[in-house]
Design a binder for this molecule. Structure first.
Ligand code: C5P
Length: 494
């Protein structure tokens, strides 16, 4: 049963059923300097102006002489940019273009504003209407139907990065040679921001010496090349050239946007690698995580479990990998895909989870107990299926070891982070739990808000007090939680 559901050590078959059911600049030119100063000033103004309703913003500017409407638009746009990350998602003509829709959705979910630009060939694979509906922005396709003019220049000026996904062999060749014969290639050539490309092509096209030369040239020019991956191809062949999955790309784009070294790519010939982009707050830190529910057998086919989906623990594992950690995830039974880059040990019961943690904990710098470990297990599970009868069935439940409390009480414990899923009095129970378990950081959530859902709301408790992480996608929360944990870990907090 999940934490908090545990009642007494003895319970009847009816109670079990209820539990089971209920718990289902270096800037080198003046131009750049001026641009940087203007950006700094605008970012301070942005907080104030963006808090005003649009009408008030217009009134303030209408009181000023000479304020052409485009200026207002630009002003608003630039202010927005100071707070929101914006990318141009370039789509070129390959079958992997369908994955761009999911990529756009995932980026938007993480608060990134997406402007799509497509080549004419890409529109044969996915329609601009689809991308417009997903992003809420008109899609740029035709350089000759540009009513604002200069879209190939302006679009990259307000973007933090251009991401080409998929990037065909042809488009990579164009980029490598600086061709600019359509809107997207012109936009890339005229860019003032980092460029990331996700190649997608048949394995022979990828292996071709010309493509390899072009990719090498892009890398030498400071372009970040994401993938490709190996696997089944649309043409029926198998090999290198598949575009990375949307989740992987979204993660890499997010990591790249967070990385200050990326902005330096504008000025340097430095060649970045993904591993370097991810060199971040938890670089080299060994993080041991428990996630998911546990399953405690009653007999050969029945058991006690809870509704934990494992999503929060898996999101933390992913975020830790992004931040450079070496991650070992001890997971109870879930339906989730292995978080890429993490090592996973699958377990079923609390006792197995405890064993796995005991074996690995000596290696860990940080332990994060996210699992909804069953507090009790059946004292004597039956090896055979218990036969149904009309008589009441009584099961004896005995407590499971508290894995987090065990780790926290080791002579040299890793930095411990606990979770508390409460159904009421969140703050009171969570603060008490942090003290009782003697851990430096505890993340509390309301069980009814958290279990099984894709987003959540967390309150972090540490020695300094409480910190609210407002409702967001679990991956976004995981990153925020880990940034907080990394600061405390480096300080050596108790
Ligand atoms: O006391 P409570 O069970 O609510 O504490 C929750 C925290 O303790 C979570 O971090 C959970 O992963 C951990 N825990 C554990 N082993 C248990 C029970 C809870 O590691 N048997």
């Amino acid at each position: 049963m999940p934490n908090g559901l545990a009642g007494c050590c003895k319970t009847t078959a009816l109670d079990i059923t209820a539990l089971l059911n209920g718990s289902k600049c270096s800037f080198t030119t003046c131009k750049f300097r001026l641009f940087a100063i203007a950006r700094l000033a605008l970012s301070s103004l942005a907080t104030f102006f963006n808090s005003l309703p649009d009408t008030r913003l217009s009134m303030r500017f209408s009181a000023m002489p000479c304020h052409p409407a485009p200026f207002l638009d630009k002003m608003r746009g630039t202010m927005k940019q100071a707070q929101t990350k914006r990318i141009v998602l370039g789509i070129t003509g390959g079958i992997a273009a369908y994955k761009a829709a999911e990529l756009a959705r995932l980026l938007i979910k993480q608060g990134i504003e997406v402007q799509v630009a497509m080549t004419e060939a890409a529109t044969h694979f996915i329609t601009p209407a689809t991308m417009q509906a997903l992003t809420g922005n008109p899609v740029l396709v035709n350089q000759w139907q540009d009513d604002k003019g200069m879209a190939h220049i302006q679009t990259s000026r307000v973007a933090d990065a251009i991401v080409i996904a998929p990037a065909t062999a042809d488009f990579i060749a164009k980029l490598a040679h600086g061709l600019a014969n359509d809107l997207l290639s012109s936009l890339c050539l005229a860019r003032d921001c980092p460029l990331l490309v996700a190649p997608a092509m048949n394995k022979q096209m990828w292996a071709n010496a010309a493509t390899q030369r072009n990719v090498q040239r892009l890398a030498d020019d400071g372009v970040v090349v994401l993938g490709p991956a190996s696997g089944a191809q649309a043409c029926g062949e198998e090999g290198m050239g598949r575009m990375l999955e949307a989740e992987e790309l979204a993660r890499d784009v997010f990591a790249a946007l967070q990385n200050p070294t990326l902005t330096l790519l504008r000025q340097t010939q430095d060649r970045p690698s993904l591993s370097r982009l991810r060199e971040r707050e938890l670089n080299g830190v060994k993080v041991l995580i428990t996630a998911g529910p546990t399953y405690e057998a009653i007999d050969a086919v029945r058991g006690i479990t809870n509704r934990s989906s494992g999503k929060m623990g898996y999101a933390i594992a992913l975020a830790a990998v992004e931040m450079g950690a070496e991650v070992l995830l001890v997971s109870g039974p879930t339906a989730l895909a292995k978080p890429q880059g993490a090592q996973v040990v699958n377990v079923t019961s609390a006792a197995e989870m405890f064993e796995a943690v005991k074996q690995q904990v000596a290696n860990a710098d940080m332990f994060i107990g996210v699992a909804a470990v069953a507090d009790y297990r059946v004292a004597r599970p039956s090896e055979q299926k218990i036969k149904k009868s009309d008589a009441a069935l009584t099961l004896e439940l005995i407590p499971n070891p508290d894995i987090l409390a065990y780790v926290a009480s080791l002579p040299k414990p890793p930095f411990c982070v606990g979770f508390a899923a409460e159904s009421e009095k969140l703050r009171e129970h969570a603060a008490a739990k942090r003290k009782k378990k003697n851990i430096p950081l505890l993340a509390a959530n309301l069980a009814q808000n958290a279990i099984g859902s894709d987003d959540n709301e967390l309150v972090l408790f540490d020695a300094a007090g409480e910190h609210v992480l407002p409702r967001a996608d679990k991956l976004v929360l995981a990153r925020a939680l880990l940034r907080h944990a990394a600061v405390l870990y480096k300080k050596g907090s108790k």
